[in-house]
Write a protein that binds this ligand. Structure first.
Ligand code: PMV
Length: 327
């Protein structure tokens, strides 16, 4: 039998929303986080990535939504591919083309879905028989949160202290709990400071030590809230965690203020809705847009209550979704 010389595969993965957030690294290169995190994959939003390895190629190439990408973006893809090629023992260059089904201005970072889809496609193209955890470690090298987009549904990323010990795995499948995420988009511009740069500033906030020290307690509460489908506990812990991360961002040097007046207006409105008995919670990533978490049965009521607030450009509706898979 002759050995194959070309290897290809196509995979898709969804972005995720962190309930307990990752902010800061102990190792920037390996993207080893200072604290563990917990997230939910977002159904319906996806990056689809096709990869082809061939001895004919003389370098790696990358195309996103039909546009050739060089520089930092291509560099991060090479980092992930280098680790996978080394493990597979196949020193072949690759052609990568990737498409997002959500607009880049939708306020949802595409790096998590992109690097999860890339790692999943590359590993499968090269015929590697490896675990989901192993693929999540490859994805982590491109973007920390991408490690959480590889496993299914509700996912925990164990911080670890080495490449081997820092990986994500599913704590419950997407069908475990009918949770929805309504993303209130208030800005569709590109953020001023991306998360790769932001992580490097985290340690400069005097609040980061306290945030990190308390993280295992928050993870434990959040994990239990998910497993027991306890929306009240989930609300309290994810809002606290999001506020703690933003307190660190606002007090780092230089300071990172991601919130805008619209962000704060939505937070205030959510707090009022909660006092009126509506089960809805907010959480905010490295940007001004607000994710409203609620149970599917309450989505219409939540959207009706917030849709007329000033400054909302778009509302994206998603729900708990699957991990990375072949297409
Ligand atoms: O994976 P990165 O480098 O894009 O960082 C993600 C940072 C947050 O979205 C703010 C938090 C998180 O855990 O997803």
């Amino acid at each position: 039998m002759t050995e194959r010389s070309e290897y290809s595969a196509t995979a898709m993965a969804s972005p995720n929303i962190a309930f307990i957030k990752y902010w800061g690294n102990i190792n920037e290169e390996l993207r080893l986080p200072v604290n563990g995190s917990l997230s939910m994959n977002l159904d319906g939003l996806a990056t689809t990535t096709r990869i082809k390895f061939s001895p004919v190629f003389t370098e790696d190439s990358l195309e996103i939504n039909g546009n050739p990408i060089q520089g930092v973006g291509l560099g991060r893809v090479k980092t992930v591919l280098n680790a996978i090629r080394a493990d597979a023992g196949k020193p072949l260059f690759a052609m990568v083309s990737s498409e997002n089904n959500f607009p880049s201005g939708a306020g949802i970072a595409s790096s998590a879905s992109a690097f999860a889809a890339l790692a999943f496609a590359a590993v499968n193209a090269l015929g590697m028989r490896v675990s989901t955890e192993r693929i999540s470690r490859f994805a982590r090298l491109g973007s920390g949160s991408a490690s959480r987009s590889v496993p299914d549904g509700f996912v925990e990323w164990f911080a670890g202290d080495s490449d081997e010990s820092s990986f994500a795995s599913s704590i419950a499948g997407a069908d475990h709990w009918n949770l929805a995420d309504c993303v209130l988009v208030v800005s569709d511009g590109h953020k001023k400071t991306g998360s790769t740069e932001g992580h490097k500033l985290a340690a400069s906030s005097p609040l980061q030590t306290a945030r990190v020290a308390d993280a295992p307690r928050r993870i434990e509460i959040c994990r239990r809230a998910i497993l027991e489908r306890d929306f009240g506990q989930l609300t309290a812990i994810i809002q606290l965690d999001s506020d703690l991360m933003h307190a660190v961002m606002m007090t780092s040097q230089p300071a990172l203020f991601y919130w805008t007046p619209e962000t704060l207006r939505i937070i205030e409105s959510v707090r009022n809705l909660q006092m009126g008995g509506l089960p809805v919670a907010y959480t905010i990533d490295a940007g001004p847009n607000v994710h409203l978490i609620t149970e599917l049965k309450n989505v219409e009521q939540v959207i009706k209550a917030v849709k007329n607030l000033d400054g909302i450009i778009q509302i994206l509706r998603t729900r708990a979704g699957k991990g990375a898979r072949l297409v």
